[in-house]
Design a protein around this ligand. Structure first.
Ligand SMILES: [Zn+2]
Length: 439
């Protein structure tokens, strides 16, 4: 009797950035959520077959820092509003707080289908008003995800969320495909008690802490006057920096802080578009050289189409322009390094055995069609990130389950989500207007 697989992908190119390997014309057999075998002309029967001819398989893309409950802000904030400081406290968080549960559900569905159609298999939400709604939607969608409350205990009363509320999420979801984590929205809106409690729980429960960290000058100034230390120095001195910390942005770093991030194994999430538009050109090449685990994030879909291929391109061009061009050095961030950040480095948040296309690893796979005018001929497949967009993704597999087949999403109703989003638009716009006026 022939061996059986759940899914067999035929004759595909495999690009696994964690070991810079390219395999041509191989088959991938998936069984029980894992990659059972990779090889040429695998003799197995399978319930599902995917024709891989003219396609590239990469490990599933991981959006390591997103804001699912801000997606309805698309096209609503003017450039001037975005420049008024601090936009997150003035507009973004008050807007999130105004969402009804129903609007939050539509927002979560829209974000999830947006992610699937751009080839994203896993995400880490930075914290919103209804993490349990997001967890439900993401579970149904089949995505891998991290959810958390928008944790802050200083600042306006109606936005307050505490570490204890996150503990409920962490314990409820355990180590499932969708799980809870701790978070600190920002140190400026957290008391010392909250910060201490968050890191104590994180240690006790072996759960991540997702933070916005070193993202603006006022935060550095706040930290210096509050503790006499910069934010990362403070966390390091307290013994809080470790491999459980996921720190978004890290745009303002000293060399000492780079060292501290590297020694402690914390993950830094670079969100290229937002960083270069509203923060600066962070010291990503130095972080990478220092061995820091740098992952890639979109910072949510409110400013851009939520496409990690776009983010990889912005990063490569932006950082090369800033750090390389003046010195005629174009090897600042290689495309394969960018792809590793967008896959393997982010997947580490979910534990071992992810982020690779390798036997015995979890089957989270993004399949890209390269038989397209803008991808023809792709002589060197490792340069894929320079040419592809999320729209070139045809199939998506998470945990050995097909979520999208030939660009049709199987787990969510695309037509219904678009319709409901359109219907919600007028009331959403009213909310945005009232929030921008009052803050
Ligand atoms: Zn953010």
């Amino acid at each position: 009797m022939r061996e059986e697989a759940d899914i067999l992908i035929r004759k595909i190119i495999v690009l696994d950035p964690a070991d810079s390997k390219v395999l041509h014309d191989v088959d991938i057999a998936i069984r029980g959520g894992k990659i059972a075998k990779i090889g040429s002309e695998i003799k197995m029967d399978a319930a599902e077959e995917i024709e891989g001819e003219g396609k590239i398989a990469i490990p599933g893309l991981v959006d390591a820092h997103t804001h699912v409950f801000q997606i309805f802000l698309r096209g609503a904030l003017s450039l001037r509003e975005l420049q008024t400081h601090p936009v997150w406290l003035r507009v973004l968080i008050p807007f999130e707080a105004e969402l009804t549960r129903e609007e939050a559900r539509i927002s979560a569905e829209l974000a999830c289908i947006n992610m699937i159609k751009k080839g994203i298999t896993a995400f880490a939400d930075a914290g919103g008003p209804y993490p349990e709604i997001l967890a439900k939607v993401a579970t149904e969608a089949g995505l891998r995800g991290l959810v958390t409350h928008s944790t802050m205990d200083a600042g306006p009363e109606n936005y307050r969320r505490t570490a204890r509320m996150n503990r409920e999420l962490v314990l409820k979801y355990g180590k499932g495909r969708v799980r809870g984590c701790y978070s600190i929205r920002q140190i400026m809106t957290s008391t010392d008690i909250q910060i201490d409690e968050t890191f104590r729980y994180s240690r006790e429960d072996d759960a991540l802490v997702h933070m916005h960290l070193s993202e603006e000058v006022s935060e550095i100034q706040h930290s210096l006057s509050r503790w006499g230390l910069r934010p990362i120095e403070f966390l390091h001195n307290k013994g809080y920096l470790n491999s459980k910390v996921v720190a978004a942005h890290c745009a303002f770093l000293t060399s000492l802080e780079i060292q501290q991030l590297s020694q402690t194994g914390a993950t830094v999430v670079h969100c290229p578009t937002i960083s270069m538009l509203y923060m600066n050109f962070p010291r990503i090449p130095e972080l990478v050289a220092a061995g820091v685990n740098v992952a890639l994030g979109s910072d949510g879909g409110s400013y851009r189409p939520l496409d990690l291929f776009l983010e990889m391109n912005v990063m490569i061009s932006g950082l090369t322009g800033y750090y390389g061009t003046p010195y005629h050095d174009f090897n600042i961030i290689a495309p394969l390094t960018a792809l590793r950040m967008a896959t393997y480095n982010g997947a580490k948040m979910f534990g071992d055995g992810l982020g690779r296309i390798k036997e015995d690893h979890v089957a989270d796979i993004t399949i890209v069609d390269i038989r397209r005018p803008h991808l023809m001929p792709l002589h060197d497949p490792t340069l894929l990130p320079l040419y592809a967009t999320g729209e070139d993704v045809t199939d998506l597999i998470v945990d050995g389950r097909i979520l999208m087949r030939n660009r049709k999403v199987l787990t969510l109703d695309e037509e219904k989500i678009i319709q409901e989003s359109r219907e919600a638009q007028p009331q959403i716009l009213d909310k945005i207007k009232s929030v921008s006026k009052h803050h």
